[in-house]
Design a protein. Structure first.
Length: 423
Protein backbone atom coordinates (compact mmCIF):
# COMPACT_ATOMS: atom_id res chain seq x y z
CA UNK A 1 0.00 0.00 0.00
CA UNK A 2 1.23 3.51 -0.73
CA UNK A 3 2.27 5.34 2.40
CA UNK A 4 0.44 8.55 3.19
CA UNK A 5 2.77 11.55 3.23
CA UNK A 6 2.40 15.06 4.58
CA UNK A 7 1.07 17.77 2.29
CA UNK A 8 3.71 19.52 0.15
CA UNK A 9 5.05 22.61 1.92
CA UNK A 10 3.67 21.53 5.30
CA UNK A 11 6.39 20.22 7.56
CA UNK A 12 6.53 18.16 10.71
CA UNK A 13 8.62 19.54 13.52
CA UNK A 14 10.58 16.57 14.83
CA UNK A 15 11.81 16.43 18.43
CA UNK A 16 15.43 17.10 17.44
CA UNK A 17 14.32 20.47 16.06
CA UNK A 18 11.84 21.48 18.73
CA UNK A 19 14.40 22.72 21.32
CA UNK A 20 15.58 25.38 18.89
CA UNK A 21 12.01 26.45 18.21
CA UNK A 22 11.31 26.56 21.94
CA UNK A 23 14.40 28.66 22.54
CA UNK A 24 13.29 31.09 19.84
CA UNK A 25 9.71 31.19 21.08
CA UNK A 26 10.74 31.77 24.68
CA UNK A 27 13.17 34.52 23.67
CA UNK A 28 10.59 36.34 21.56
CA UNK A 29 7.78 35.94 24.09
CA UNK A 30 10.03 37.05 26.93
CA UNK A 31 11.00 40.16 25.01
CA UNK A 32 7.40 41.03 24.10
CA UNK A 33 6.40 40.71 27.75
CA UNK A 34 9.21 43.09 28.72
CA UNK A 35 7.66 45.72 26.43
CA UNK A 36 4.18 45.24 27.90
CA UNK A 37 2.67 43.11 25.13
CA UNK A 38 -0.07 40.61 26.05
CA UNK A 39 -0.96 37.42 24.24
CA UNK A 40 -4.12 37.03 22.16
CA UNK A 41 -5.29 33.80 20.49
CA UNK A 42 -7.84 33.52 17.71
CA UNK A 43 -8.88 30.80 15.24
CA UNK A 44 -6.90 29.66 12.22
CA UNK A 45 -10.15 29.56 10.24
CA UNK A 46 -12.17 32.67 9.43
CA UNK A 47 -14.78 33.81 6.95
CA UNK A 48 -13.12 34.37 3.58
CA UNK A 49 -14.60 37.85 3.42
CA UNK A 50 -12.44 38.98 6.36
CA UNK A 51 -9.22 38.46 4.35
CA UNK A 52 -10.62 39.83 1.10
CA UNK A 53 -11.72 43.01 2.82
CA UNK A 54 -8.50 43.55 4.75
CA UNK A 55 -5.57 42.21 2.70
CA UNK A 56 -7.16 43.47 -0.54
CA UNK A 57 -8.76 41.71 -3.52
CA UNK A 58 -5.89 42.47 -5.88
CA UNK A 59 -2.98 41.09 -3.88
CA UNK A 60 -0.97 37.91 -4.43
CA UNK A 61 -2.33 36.50 -1.20
CA UNK A 62 -6.02 36.91 -2.01
CA UNK A 63 -5.70 36.29 -5.74
CA UNK A 64 -3.75 33.08 -5.62
CA UNK A 65 -2.40 32.02 -2.24
CA UNK A 66 -5.38 31.41 0.04
CA UNK A 67 -6.65 28.02 1.16
CA UNK A 68 -10.35 28.67 0.67
CA UNK A 69 -13.13 26.10 0.73
CA UNK A 70 -16.85 25.74 1.36
CA UNK A 71 -17.80 24.12 4.63
CA UNK A 72 -20.71 21.68 4.90
CA UNK A 73 -23.11 24.61 5.11
CA UNK A 74 -21.86 26.20 1.90
CA UNK A 75 -20.11 29.03 3.75
CA UNK A 76 -16.78 30.18 2.31
CA UNK A 77 -13.99 29.80 4.87
CA UNK A 78 -10.24 30.46 4.62
CA UNK A 79 -7.24 29.21 6.58
CA UNK A 80 -5.59 32.40 7.79
CA UNK A 81 -2.76 33.53 5.48
CA UNK A 82 -1.63 36.11 8.09
CA UNK A 83 -2.65 37.21 11.55
CA UNK A 84 -3.49 40.89 11.46
CA UNK A 85 -6.99 40.52 10.00
CA UNK A 86 -8.05 37.90 12.55
CA UNK A 87 -6.47 39.88 15.36
CA UNK A 88 -8.41 43.01 14.43
CA UNK A 89 -11.61 40.98 14.10
CA UNK A 90 -11.08 39.40 17.54
CA UNK A 91 -10.23 42.72 19.22
CA UNK A 92 -13.24 44.44 17.72
CA UNK A 93 -15.54 41.57 18.68
CA UNK A 94 -14.06 41.39 22.18
CA UNK A 95 -14.49 45.13 22.78
CA UNK A 96 -10.75 45.75 23.25
CA UNK A 97 -10.37 48.72 20.97
CA UNK A 98 -11.72 51.50 23.19
CA UNK A 99 -8.27 51.75 24.75
CA UNK A 100 -4.66 51.29 23.64
CA UNK A 101 -3.54 47.67 23.29
CA UNK A 102 -0.18 46.03 22.77
CA UNK A 103 -0.77 42.44 21.69
CA UNK A 104 1.12 39.44 20.35
CA UNK A 105 0.22 36.01 18.97
CA UNK A 106 1.97 33.15 17.33
CA UNK A 107 0.91 30.21 15.25
CA UNK A 108 0.58 28.66 11.81
CA UNK A 109 -0.33 30.64 8.69
CA UNK A 110 -1.27 29.11 5.34
CA UNK A 111 -0.40 30.27 1.85
CA UNK A 112 -0.48 28.32 -1.39
CA UNK A 113 3.00 29.32 -2.58
CA UNK A 114 5.75 27.45 -4.38
CA UNK A 115 7.56 25.66 -1.55
CA UNK A 116 11.30 26.30 -1.30
CA UNK A 117 13.84 27.07 1.37
CA UNK A 118 12.24 29.58 3.74
CA UNK A 119 8.92 29.48 1.87
CA UNK A 120 6.28 27.00 2.99
CA UNK A 121 2.57 26.45 2.66
CA UNK A 122 2.10 26.08 6.37
CA UNK A 123 4.54 28.42 8.07
CA UNK A 124 4.66 29.99 11.50
CA UNK A 125 4.69 33.59 12.56
CA UNK A 126 4.97 35.69 15.62
CA UNK A 127 2.74 38.71 15.24
CA UNK A 128 2.68 41.90 17.28
CA UNK A 129 -0.01 44.55 16.93
CA UNK A 130 -0.54 47.86 18.70
CA UNK A 131 -3.92 49.61 18.58
CA UNK A 132 -4.96 53.11 19.56
CA UNK A 133 -1.57 54.85 19.29
CA UNK A 134 -0.82 57.15 16.38
CA UNK A 135 2.94 57.01 16.55
CA UNK A 136 5.58 57.59 15.45
CA UNK A 137 6.84 56.87 18.98
CA UNK A 138 5.26 53.42 19.02
CA UNK A 139 6.48 52.69 15.46
CA UNK A 140 9.99 53.45 16.71
CA UNK A 141 9.48 51.36 19.83
CA UNK A 142 8.59 48.35 17.69
CA UNK A 143 11.78 48.74 15.70
CA UNK A 144 13.86 49.25 18.83
CA UNK A 145 12.28 46.10 20.28
CA UNK A 146 12.99 43.98 17.20
CA UNK A 147 16.50 45.45 17.08
CA UNK A 148 17.00 44.22 20.64
CA UNK A 149 15.68 40.81 19.61
CA UNK A 150 18.41 40.40 16.99
CA UNK A 151 20.99 41.33 19.61
CA UNK A 152 19.64 38.79 22.09
CA UNK A 153 19.60 36.10 19.41
CA UNK A 154 23.14 36.94 18.26
CA UNK A 155 21.87 37.99 14.82
CA UNK A 156 22.49 41.73 14.93
CA UNK A 157 25.22 41.64 12.29
CA UNK A 158 23.12 39.43 9.98
CA UNK A 159 20.07 41.64 9.46
CA UNK A 160 19.46 45.20 8.36
CA UNK A 161 16.44 47.44 8.56
CA UNK A 162 14.66 49.02 5.59
CA UNK A 163 11.94 51.59 6.14
CA UNK A 164 9.65 53.67 3.96
CA UNK A 165 6.57 55.84 4.25
CA UNK A 166 3.50 54.97 2.19
CA UNK A 167 1.77 58.19 3.25
CA UNK A 168 -1.92 58.64 3.98
CA UNK A 169 -4.70 57.30 1.77
CA UNK A 170 -4.93 60.76 0.16
CA UNK A 171 -1.18 60.87 -0.51
CA UNK A 172 -1.35 57.48 -2.15
CA UNK A 173 -4.36 58.45 -4.29
CA UNK A 174 -2.43 61.48 -5.63
CA UNK A 175 0.66 59.42 -6.23
CA UNK A 176 -1.30 56.60 -7.85
CA UNK A 177 -2.70 59.02 -10.44
CA UNK A 178 0.78 60.36 -11.23
CA UNK A 179 2.32 56.89 -11.42
CA UNK A 180 -0.44 55.43 -13.58
CA UNK A 181 -0.30 58.22 -16.15
CA UNK A 182 3.52 57.95 -16.32
CA UNK A 183 3.43 54.16 -16.66
CA UNK A 184 0.59 54.20 -19.18
CA UNK A 185 2.79 56.08 -21.60
CA UNK A 186 5.33 53.28 -21.26
CA UNK A 187 3.04 50.29 -20.76
CA UNK A 188 4.72 48.41 -23.63
CA UNK A 189 7.76 48.08 -21.38
CA UNK A 190 5.83 46.58 -18.45
CA UNK A 191 5.62 42.86 -17.74
CA UNK A 192 2.20 41.28 -18.10
CA UNK A 193 1.38 41.12 -14.39
CA UNK A 194 2.30 44.75 -13.92
CA UNK A 195 0.25 45.83 -16.95
CA UNK A 196 -2.77 44.15 -15.42
CA UNK A 197 -2.06 45.89 -12.10
CA UNK A 198 -2.03 49.28 -13.80
CA UNK A 199 -5.80 49.30 -13.44
CA UNK A 200 -6.28 47.23 -10.31
CA UNK A 201 -3.37 47.92 -7.94
CA UNK A 202 -0.66 50.11 -9.50
CA UNK A 203 1.42 50.62 -6.33
CA UNK A 204 2.17 46.91 -6.27
CA UNK A 205 4.04 47.38 -9.55
CA UNK A 206 6.77 49.09 -7.50
CA UNK A 207 7.72 45.81 -5.96
CA UNK A 208 7.62 43.77 -9.15
CA UNK A 209 10.52 41.32 -9.31
CA UNK A 210 10.63 41.61 -13.12
CA UNK A 211 14.01 43.06 -14.25
CA UNK A 212 12.63 45.15 -17.17
CA UNK A 213 9.93 46.62 -14.96
CA UNK A 214 12.53 47.29 -12.26
CA UNK A 215 14.69 49.15 -14.77
CA UNK A 216 11.77 51.20 -16.02
CA UNK A 217 10.81 52.17 -12.48
CA UNK A 218 14.16 53.80 -11.81
CA UNK A 219 12.88 56.95 -13.53
CA UNK A 220 9.24 56.76 -12.43
CA UNK A 221 7.61 59.40 -10.18
CA UNK A 222 8.39 58.80 -6.54
CA UNK A 223 5.94 58.35 -3.70
CA UNK A 224 8.20 60.42 -1.44
CA UNK A 225 7.53 63.46 -3.66
CA UNK A 226 3.78 63.09 -3.15
CA UNK A 227 3.67 62.80 0.64
CA UNK A 228 1.64 65.45 2.49
CA UNK A 229 2.93 67.40 5.51
CA UNK A 230 1.46 64.98 8.04
CA UNK A 231 3.20 61.94 6.50
CA UNK A 232 6.48 63.79 6.00
CA UNK A 233 6.47 64.86 9.65
CA UNK A 234 5.57 61.36 10.91
CA UNK A 235 8.42 59.85 8.91
CA UNK A 236 10.87 62.56 9.97
CA UNK A 237 10.08 62.00 13.65
CA UNK A 238 10.35 58.23 13.27
CA UNK A 239 13.81 58.56 11.77
CA UNK A 240 14.87 60.99 14.51
CA UNK A 241 13.79 58.50 17.19
CA UNK A 242 15.66 55.66 15.47
CA UNK A 243 18.75 57.85 15.17
CA UNK A 244 18.54 58.73 18.86
CA UNK A 245 18.14 55.07 19.80
CA UNK A 246 21.12 54.06 17.66
CA UNK A 247 19.08 51.81 15.35
CA UNK A 248 20.55 51.86 11.83
CA UNK A 249 18.24 51.78 8.82
CA UNK A 250 18.07 52.40 5.10
CA UNK A 251 15.19 54.27 3.49
CA UNK A 252 13.98 52.07 0.63
CA UNK A 253 11.46 53.91 -1.51
CA UNK A 254 10.48 50.72 -3.30
CA UNK A 255 9.30 49.08 -0.11
CA UNK A 256 5.51 48.84 -0.51
CA UNK A 257 4.59 45.51 1.19
CA UNK A 258 2.22 42.94 -0.27
CA UNK A 259 -0.88 43.80 1.72
CA UNK A 260 -3.16 46.72 0.89
CA UNK A 261 -3.89 47.87 4.42
CA UNK A 262 -0.55 49.55 5.10
CA UNK A 263 -0.01 53.34 5.20
CA UNK A 264 2.65 55.71 6.55
CA UNK A 265 5.41 53.63 8.19
CA UNK A 266 6.40 50.32 6.59
CA UNK A 267 9.50 48.31 7.40
CA UNK A 268 11.35 45.06 6.79
CA UNK A 269 14.25 43.42 8.58
CA UNK A 270 16.21 41.69 5.84
CA UNK A 271 19.09 39.24 5.83
CA UNK A 272 21.50 38.48 3.01
CA UNK A 273 21.98 34.93 4.29
CA UNK A 274 18.77 33.30 3.02
CA UNK A 275 18.67 34.12 -0.70
CA UNK A 276 15.38 35.41 -2.07
CA UNK A 277 13.61 34.60 1.19
CA UNK A 278 15.54 37.32 2.99
CA UNK A 279 12.78 39.12 4.89
CA UNK A 280 12.60 37.74 8.41
CA UNK A 281 10.33 40.37 9.93
CA UNK A 282 8.00 42.79 8.21
CA UNK A 283 5.24 45.18 9.09
CA UNK A 284 3.98 48.70 9.28
CA UNK A 285 1.18 51.05 10.12
CA UNK A 286 -2.41 50.32 9.10
CA UNK A 287 -4.51 53.16 10.48
CA UNK A 288 -7.43 52.50 8.12
CA UNK A 289 -7.99 48.80 8.67
CA UNK A 290 -10.14 48.75 11.80
CA UNK A 291 -12.61 51.14 10.22
CA UNK A 292 -12.48 49.22 6.95
CA UNK A 293 -13.62 46.16 8.90
CA UNK A 294 -16.55 48.02 10.48
CA UNK A 295 -14.97 49.40 13.67
CA UNK A 296 -14.30 52.94 14.84
CA UNK A 297 -11.27 54.66 13.27
CA UNK A 298 -8.29 53.28 15.24
CA UNK A 299 -4.61 53.86 14.51
CA UNK A 300 -2.62 50.63 14.44
CA UNK A 301 0.84 49.28 13.71
CA UNK A 302 2.22 45.74 13.69
CA UNK A 303 4.67 43.22 12.33
CA UNK A 304 4.97 39.56 11.46
CA UNK A 305 8.09 37.54 12.07
CA UNK A 306 8.66 34.30 10.15
CA UNK A 307 9.79 31.60 12.56
CA UNK A 308 11.07 29.14 9.91
CA UNK A 309 13.25 31.85 8.38
CA UNK A 310 14.61 32.79 11.79
CA UNK A 311 15.46 29.16 12.50
CA UNK A 312 17.30 28.97 9.15
CA UNK A 313 19.10 32.21 9.94
CA UNK A 314 20.17 31.05 13.41
CA UNK A 315 21.75 28.07 11.69
CA UNK A 316 23.35 30.09 8.90
CA UNK A 317 24.73 32.59 11.41
CA UNK A 318 25.97 29.79 13.69
CA UNK A 319 24.00 31.42 16.48
CA UNK A 320 22.40 28.27 17.88
CA UNK A 321 23.34 28.09 21.58
CA UNK A 322 25.23 24.91 22.57
CA UNK A 323 22.87 24.11 25.44
CA UNK A 324 20.10 23.44 22.93
CA UNK A 325 21.53 20.10 21.85
CA UNK A 326 21.03 18.53 25.26
CA UNK A 327 17.65 16.92 25.96
CA UNK A 328 18.16 16.11 29.62
CA UNK A 329 20.51 17.21 32.40
CA UNK A 330 20.63 13.96 34.32
CA UNK A 331 19.93 10.30 33.57
CA UNK A 332 19.02 8.00 36.45
CA UNK A 333 19.86 4.29 36.25
CA UNK A 334 18.95 1.45 38.61
CA UNK A 335 21.09 -1.62 39.23
CA UNK A 336 19.56 -4.74 40.81
CA UNK A 337 16.13 -5.15 42.33
CA UNK A 338 15.68 -1.44 43.06
CA UNK A 339 12.73 -0.31 40.97
CA UNK A 340 10.77 1.20 43.87
CA UNK A 341 13.84 3.12 45.10
CA UNK A 342 14.50 4.40 41.58
CA UNK A 343 11.04 5.92 41.54
CA UNK A 344 11.14 7.46 45.02
CA UNK A 345 14.64 8.86 44.40
CA UNK A 346 13.68 10.33 41.04
CA UNK A 347 10.51 11.91 42.41
CA UNK A 348 12.35 13.33 45.45
CA UNK A 349 14.92 14.90 43.11
CA UNK A 350 12.20 16.34 40.87
CA UNK A 351 10.66 17.95 43.95
CA UNK A 352 13.95 19.37 45.21
CA UNK A 353 15.45 20.34 41.83
CA UNK A 354 12.58 22.03 40.02
CA UNK A 355 14.50 22.97 36.87
CA UNK A 356 16.44 19.73 36.51
CA UNK A 357 15.54 17.76 33.40
CA UNK A 358 15.80 14.24 34.77
CA UNK A 359 15.17 11.14 32.72
CA UNK A 360 14.69 7.83 34.50
CA UNK A 361 15.87 4.74 32.70
CA UNK A 362 12.97 2.41 31.93
CA UNK A 363 13.02 -1.06 30.43
CA UNK A 364 15.74 -2.71 32.54
CA UNK A 365 19.05 -3.97 31.14
CA UNK A 366 22.59 -4.33 32.48
CA UNK A 367 24.44 -1.49 34.23
CA UNK A 368 26.68 -1.16 31.20
CA UNK A 369 23.83 -0.86 28.71
CA UNK A 370 22.04 1.65 30.96
CA UNK A 371 25.18 3.78 31.24
CA UNK A 372 25.49 3.71 27.45
CA UNK A 373 21.98 5.17 27.22
CA UNK A 374 22.91 7.80 29.82
CA UNK A 375 25.88 8.78 27.71
CA UNK A 376 23.85 8.91 24.50
CA UNK A 377 21.24 11.16 26.14
CA UNK A 378 24.01 13.80 26.37
CA UNK A 379 23.10 14.30 30.05
CA UNK A 380 25.77 15.97 32.16
CA UNK A 381 25.19 13.62 35.08
CA UNK A 382 24.43 9.96 35.64
CA UNK A 383 22.59 9.21 38.87
CA UNK A 384 22.98 5.64 40.05
CA UNK A 385 20.74 3.74 42.44
CA UNK A 386 22.15 0.30 43.32
CA UNK A 387 21.10 -2.03 46.10
CA UNK A 388 23.41 -0.30 48.63
CA UNK A 389 22.02 3.12 47.73
CA UNK A 390 18.44 1.81 47.88
CA UNK A 391 19.02 0.44 51.38
CA UNK A 392 20.78 3.58 52.66
CA UNK A 393 18.56 6.20 50.98
CA UNK A 394 21.48 7.53 48.98
CA UNK A 395 22.28 8.08 45.32
CA UNK A 396 25.59 8.07 43.44
CA UNK A 397 26.28 11.15 41.34
CA UNK A 398 28.65 10.62 38.41
CA UNK A 399 29.89 13.50 36.27
CA UNK A 400 29.67 12.29 32.67
CA UNK A 401 31.30 15.26 30.98
CA UNK A 402 33.62 16.90 33.52
CA UNK A 403 36.26 15.92 36.01
CA UNK A 404 34.33 16.03 39.26
CA UNK A 405 34.82 12.89 41.39
CA UNK A 406 31.97 10.46 41.81
CA UNK A 407 30.07 10.91 45.10
CA UNK A 408 27.51 8.84 47.00
CA UNK A 409 25.24 11.13 49.03
CA UNK A 410 21.90 11.11 50.84
CA UNK A 411 19.29 12.06 48.23
CA UNK A 412 18.60 15.51 49.75
CA UNK A 413 22.32 16.34 49.78
CA UNK A 414 22.66 15.14 46.20
CA UNK A 415 19.80 17.48 45.30
CA UNK A 416 21.59 20.41 46.94
CA UNK A 417 24.79 19.54 45.05
CA UNK A 418 22.89 19.37 41.76
CA UNK A 419 21.21 22.72 42.42
CA UNK A 420 24.56 24.30 43.25
CA UNK A 421 26.42 22.99 40.25
CA UNK A 422 23.61 23.63 37.77
CA UNK A 423 24.47 20.76 35.40
P1 LIG B 1 7.74 37.46 1.00
O1 LIG B 1 7.98 38.75 0.31
O2 LIG B 1 9.00 36.75 1.40
O3 LIG B 1 6.75 36.58 0.29
P2 LIG B 1 5.62 38.57 2.56
O4 LIG B 1 5.75 40.02 2.33
O5 LIG B 1 4.60 37.81 1.78
O6 LIG B 1 7.03 37.86 2.40
P3 LIG B 1 4.42 38.93 5.16
O7 LIG B 1 3.05 38.70 4.72
O8 LIG B 1 4.83 40.31 5.48
O9 LIG B 1 5.44 38.29 4.11
O10 LIG B 1 4.75 37.98 6.41
C1 LIG B 1 5.69 38.34 7.42
C2 LIG B 1 6.83 37.35 7.49
O11 LIG B 1 6.37 36.01 7.47
C3 LIG B 1 7.77 37.41 6.30
O12 LIG B 1 8.68 38.44 6.47
C4 LIG B 1 8.42 36.06 6.36
O13 LIG B 1 9.45 36.04 7.35
C5 LIG B 1 7.31 35.17 6.82
N1 LIG B 1 6.68 34.49 5.67
C6 LIG B 1 5.79 34.99 4.78
N2 LIG B 1 5.40 34.06 3.90
C7 LIG B 1 6.07 32.91 4.23
C8 LIG B 1 6.09 31.58 3.71
N3 LIG B 1 5.34 31.24 2.67
N4 LIG B 1 6.90 30.67 4.32
C9 LIG B 1 7.67 31.01 5.37
N5 LIG B 1 7.68 32.24 5.92
C10 LIG B 1 6.89 33.19 5.36
MG1 LIG C 1 4.71 36.60 0.07
Amino acid sequence: MMKIRSIRGMNDLLPDQSPLWQYLEETVQGLLARYGYREIRFPVLEQTELFKRSIGEVTDIVEKEMYTFLDRNGESLTLRPEGTAGCVRACEQGGLLNQAQRLWYRGPMFRYERPQKGRLRQFHQFGAEVFGLEGPDVDAEMLVMTHRLWQELGLASHVHLEINSLGTADDRARYRAALVSWLRERSDRLDEDSRRRLDSNPLRILDSKHPDTQALLADAPRLSQHLGDESVEHFRRLRALLDAAGVDYQVNERLVRGLDYYGKTVFEWVTGSLGAQGTVCAGGRYDGLVEQLGGKPTPAVGFGLGIERLVLLLDAAQAVPDSIARQVDAYLVGVGDVQAAVFTTAERLRTLCPVLRLQTHCGGGSFKSQMKKADRSAAALALIVGEDEAAAGTVTVKDLRGERPQQTLPVDEAAALINNTNP
